[in-house]
Design a binder for this molecule. Structure first.
Ligand SMILES: Nc1ncnc2c1ncn2[C@@H]1O[C@H](COP(=O)(O)OP(=O)(O)OP(=O)(O)O)[C@@H](O)[C@H]1O
Ligand SMILES: [Mg+2]
Length: 374
């Protein structure tokens, strides 16, 4: 593996924050919970000074999903280069950094261990404060670093607490009332698969490769969403929980009746019909969440989507319409901050550091770590 070839340097031109603010704390954040080794340096004024993401996707693509053992090995090979390049790109030395933060879970434990041990080692060697970041909190708080409109345009300003959050990623699907740092109230959750998993599995059935979300999103744009009849699980029921396994089973059953190969029109219509079902479920459940007594009492002004699935154009557009209909503002992270990245971990590191939540005794990384346990 040539790590340098796979390193993506982010466009930092659109990622400037409020330089007039007074808190210049510098945080080095490290993310390694799945198939991205990433590091970023972010300051308290919401500037991203440098951001490097080494994506392992090419290594996992031939297996149709992430292979945990391969992921852990790839993180070991990449971590030093990624951290060194992140410091160099910002023109900083480790001695310039005020806080070190890393994902300490949840995620694939082999990968989490590598990033967390790298951060712990640097913190111990330099005496810098260390923050153990919950990966989901990284996704949940990154809209406060930068927010974007439904079409992905950067809005520059971060979102204020409280907000109603649709957290949809590869491994999770939850509706949360975000009251503050470490204050997450779960309003709904999936009873089976995550939304990202449903996108990935349906793409795999169609032979569209991994990860499935981006390709289904793009195919759906030229498809007919009314051609295939997918169920909308739980949408006739009260409450805010999701179920995506029935949509996935419906996809399998329909495809079994039509053997491959599939023509482009079939694939586009299938993707559009599947995606429309997912969007309808999200809109229905969020509509119920807005009526929840806890949400009404907190009166959040912003409806936010975060996590890798937040890149989806149809979900963004539908949530923007829903927010407008309820007199709320819609916000999402810019597209490059939706999937796993070091900047969201550095930002969560800053928010936790400001709240005094630093590691004072050794912390073991956790494969499972619900946000509601923070
Ligand atoms: N445009 C898109 N539409 C729908 N899904 C998308 C899109 N882009 C990416 N995804 C999905 O996002 C997921 C990856 O997101 P993310 O990196 O947040 O997940 P993860 O870190 O593996 O899971 P978790 O954060 O729950 O641990 C994949 O399932 C991918 O298919
Ligand atoms: Mg993630």
């Amino acid at each position: 593996m040539n790590t340098d070839e796979n390193i993506i340097k982010m466009d930092m031109g659109t990622l400037r924050g409020d330089a007039s603010a007074k808190d210049g704390v510098l945080c080095l954040g490290i993310e390694s919970s799945c198939d991205e080794t990433s590091a970023a340096i972010v300051d308290g004024n919401r500037n991203i000074l440098s951001h490097i993401i080494y994506s392992q996707i090419p290594e996992h693509q031939k297996y149709g999903g992430v292979v945990p053992e391969l992921a852990a090995r790839a993180h070991i090979l990449a971590i030093d280069t990624v951290v060194r390049q992140t410091l160099a790109a910002a023109g900083k030395d480790i001695s310039d950094i005020d806080v070190i933060a890393a994902t300490a879970g949840p995620g694939l434990i082999g990968g989490v261990l590598i990033g967390w041990m790298a951060a712990t080692g640097m913190a111990q060697a330099t005496g810098k404060p260390l923050v153990a970041v919950n990966h989901l909190e990284g996704h949940a708080l990154v809209p406060r670093l930068h927010a974007a409109a439904a079409d992905g345009t950067d809005l520059a300003a971060g979102v204020e607490f409280p907000y109603l959050l649709m957290l949809a990623s590869g491994g999770h699907c939850q509706i949360l009332l975000v009251r503050g740092v470490g204050q997450y109230e779960q309003i709904g959750q999936t009873l089976d698969d995550s939304a990202g998993e449903a996108f990935d599995k349906v793409a795999k059935m169609l032979g569209l490769g991994y990860p499935g979300g981006p390709v289904v999103d793009s195919r759906a744009q030229s498809g007919n969403p009314a051609r295939f009849k997918f169920p909308r699980p739980l949408c006739d029921k009260p409450g805010c929980d999701f179920s995506f396994s029935g949509i996935k089973t419906a996809a399998r059953t329909m495809l079994d009746k039509t053997p491959a190969p599939y023509c482009d029109e079939f694939i586009n219509d299938f993707c559009a019909s599947f995606q429309a079902a997912v969007v309808d479920c999200i809109v229905n459940r969020l509509g119920h969440a807005m009526e929840d007594s806890r949400v009404r009492a907190a009166a959040p002004r912003t409806l936010v989507v975060a996590g890798g699935v937040a890149k989806n154009s149809a979900i963004r557009a539908a949530m923007q319409r829903l927010a407008r209909a309820h007199g709320m503002t819609f916000a999402a992270p810019p597209l490059n901050l939706c999937t796993d990245n070091g900047a969201m971990i550095a930002w969560a590191g800053i928010e936790n550091y400001r709240a005094g939540k630093i590691v004072r005794t050794p912390v073991a990384p956790r494969p499972r770590w619900p946000l509601t346990e923070l």
